[in-house]
Design a binder for this molecule. Structure first.
Ligand code: IPE
Ligand code: MG
Length: 212
């Protein structure tokens, strides 16, 4: 999800308003995902590098995360959406950690789809923690030690706001993911733009390195 700040700036508003409006896009994309039968929808909400933003913005985003979870709990239960948060929890406040744990537990039985928020996450951090644990435990498959263990690799990655880079997202898991880049800023990315991205995805020929 990228471009919230620029969206706000273009309207002469504070960056946080872009983040507020971005939550509406998350809601729209999630709603469409349920409707269209998407099984996993993941959102890169806050990277390890984002901790380096001004404190006011970091606090604003954490507060928004906390409030959004509270507001949406019933919607998740009604729509049978399982909620997961993946990332380096050691950097979160105890209050936020507790709220996440509670939301994850309350929705653990939901089986229609899974929504994953990547929070305080980076792909390199994930690989580092996985490699360390794998060495401690004496081996296995690295993928089983990543925070995404048990979750299928993404079929499609959508990046908004015209940037064309991975920015330390799931470095291992994106091995055969299809990429769709769009100039649309995240707060303007709604059902119609999501459908365009899925159409683009559907036109791709996925061979996974083999011949057809
Ligand atoms: C949202 O967009 C992504 C987050 C890290 C919350 P940005 O905050 O990166 O917006 P821009 O890139 O400054 O426009
Ligand atoms: Mg950005």
């Amino acid at each position: 999800m990228d471009g919230n700040g620029r969206w706000a700036k273009a309207r002469g508003k504070d960056r946080i308003f872009g983040h507020f409006e971005g939550v509406e896009s998350v809601r729209a994309v999630l709603e469409a995902s349920v409707e269209w039968g998407v099984k996993y929808a993941s959102f890169f909400a806050f990277s390890e590098e984002n901790w380096g933003r001004p404190q006011e913005e970091v606090l604003g985003l954490m507060d928004l995360m906390m409030r959004s979870m509270k507001n949406e709990l019933q919607t998740f239960l009604d729509n049978r959406i399982r909620f997961r948060v993946l990332g380096d929890f050691s950097r979160l406040t105890p209050g936020l950690r507790e709220a996440i744990r509670n939301m994850e537990e309350t929705t653990a039985h939901c089986d229609k789809m899974t929504m994953i928020i990547f929070l305080s996450y980076s792909g390199k951090w994930d690989l580092r923690q996985a490699a360390r644990r794998m060495a401690e435990e004496g081996g296995g498959d690295l993928g089983d030690y990543l925070v995404t263990a048990g979750i299928p690799d993404p079929d499609l990655l959508i990046r908004t706001s015209g940037e064309q880079r991975i920015s330390n997202y799931m470095l291992w898991q994106l091995a055969y993911t299809e990429f769709v880049f769009t100039d649309t800023l995240w707060p303007d990315f709604r059902k119609e733009q999501y459908l365009d991205a899925l159409r683009e995805y559907a036109s791709r020929d996925r061979r996974f390195g083999k011949v057809k």
